[in-house]
Ligand binder design. Sequence first.
Ligand code: SF4
Length: 343
Amino acid sequence: MRAIGLISGGLDSALAAKIMLNMGVEVIGVHFASPFWSGEAGARARRISEDLGFPLRTIELGEDYFGVIASPRHGYGAAMNPCIDCKIFMLKRAKEIMEESGALFVFTGEVLGERPMSQGPRALKIIERESGLEGLLLRPLSAKLLDETLVEKRGWVSREGLLALRGRSRRDQIRMARELGVSGYLTPAGGCLLTDRGFSAKLLDLLEHGGELSRPEIERLKVGRHFRYGGSKIIVGRNEEENGILRGLKGPGEVLLEVIGWSGPTALLSGDVSEESIRIAASLTARYSDCKLDAVPVAYWDGVRGEVSVGRADEGLVEGLRIKWRGRPRLRLILERGGSRGK
Ligand code: SF4
């Protein structure tokens, strides 16, 4: 009997897969490659599939997934994490693979109560129903605390062999993984950027200013300190590596800035480019440079090279322009982008 397992690269899904394998289930793993996950997640998922001996299919999350993030029907968690919609999206795709491959059900590593937004009893039911997998979605780690699924009722797997884990402590999972010889999984610290408020602030700023989510835009959000000045965005590199990335990211109509004659960051100005926004970007560039002069010489390139002399941005300006987390998006943003809450 064949089943599709969602394999994130973390502990819970690895353990769920091992339990299924031990019950004689033929597992086909599916890993969703998200730009919001640690770059290591894919490698960990591959390693787990090789160690445990099951095939793994990797699916790149693209435009249709980004649409879910911009307007989730079930809203956001503590940051810009639309966990319920995210899981429904992935499970709908897993259901298609189940049908294509002749598998009988789908399983995940979800644990009742482990995550506040998406793993409460109500959320687990919504996810099961809206993914179209009613009765065919097994959560082996908490199954004994949940309603019996068709998978158990039909005797495809024995409920007796399933677990009754609950809550946020991963102590039991770590112990069981050790006992069952499961290793190589990603630690929780390497999790999803959508749950990080610093990153979420930048993502929300992008959406509120009419930006479209795409892989290149998401990569930009991961680099540098971000500032908003009206219709302009300024990204200032934090180290040499980021300076190099910013130089490579410059698109048409955008401006690169660097202090002349002193070491310091590279900055990238995008959106509205004007004499005023170039001066603001230059003062931020000067702020993070080694130059202590009252008037800092800054070079900029927007096709042709120019120079400007500015004072260093003071603390008030830096904090006023820095893109910070100000709370979850207003309902209006979600509705404007086509979502409908309250269903
Ligand atoms: S933490 Fe990230 S990947 Fe996981 S369900 Fe939430 S949004 Fe999706």
